[in-house]
Design a protein around this ligand. Structure first.
Ligand code: DC
Length: 222
């Protein structure tokens, strides 16, 4: 196992953006665990498989191949040989993915894959349970938090930039529901690991968050 950084926190904290920059700056392999659950949701929706249908879910999961490929600055997500980088970031997936990511069968499949990615490289993993379940012995654990309103605000702006039509209120409601689902689910709920360092990004810029996390990492490497 190489050097492992775990960054967890709710949706809309800037985790994805921040983790990408840190991976680039420090030469770490970026494990986007959320993208993997998004692939599960996308594949299930395409095949019309409801999360309750465990037999079909298991079969589907057994036949899923997820790969991350670097293409310049972008880390592409490939599902069964197809580039699904944009398809997994639609509003439809945003409002459905929690039903799939809460499934034991999905987590039983994804967690070992995530661990495998950390086997021979120095990595930064980002998600909800990276520091608590996937890499409980991570060298550095960060819990990135942010106020609900600011998280909704950031997500709303992202949708506008992508040309997705919605309202701030609808985004706020979705962010609230997701937070409830993620923190209250039975398996691998979102929580701050006891040994994680809390970074509240509500009033911080992306650059400030990156600088703070890199400071913690460099301190640990010393
Ligand atoms: O971070 P994200 O929005 O891309 O996450 C997508 C979904 O996957 C969301 O339902 C939270 C879930 N998730 C999870 O359960 N565990 C992780 N380690 C990462 C994401």
């Amino acid at each position: 196992m190489g050097f492992v950084v775990a960054i967890d926190g709710p949706a809309g904290t800037g985790k994805g953006t921040v983790t990408k920059i840190i991976a680039e700056d420090l030469g770490l392999v970026y494990i986007d665990t959320g993208a993997m659950y998004r692939c599960v949701a996308l594949e299930a929706m395409r095949k019309n498989i409801e999360p309750e249908n465990s037999r079909e879910m298991l079969e589907m999961l057994d036949n899923m191949q997820i790969d991350f490929k670097k293409n310049g600055e972008i880390q592409e997500v490939w599902l069964n040989g197809e580039n699904v980088t944009t398809q997994i970031r639609t509003r439809e997936i945003d409002v459905t993915v929690d039903r799939y990511s809460a499934l034991k069968c999905a987590r039983d499949k994804m967690t070992p894959l995530q661990r495998k990615m950390g086997e021979n490289s120095n990595v930064v993993g980002e998600g909800r349970d990276v520091g608590t379940v996937v890499f409980p012995d991570a060298d550095v654990k960060i819990y990135l938090d942010c106020s609900l309103e600011e998280r909704a605000n950031r997500r709303y702006k992202q949708y506008l930039e992508k040309g997705i039509e919605t309202t701030y209120e609808a985004v706020l409601e979705n962010i609230k529901q997701r937070y409830k689902a993620e923190t209250e689910r039975e398996i691998a709920p979102l929580r701050q690991a006891e040994d994680a360092i809390l970074v509240d990004s509500t009033k911080m810029t992306i650059e400030e968050v990156v600088a703070e996390i890199e400071r913690v990492i460099k301190e640990k490497i010393k």
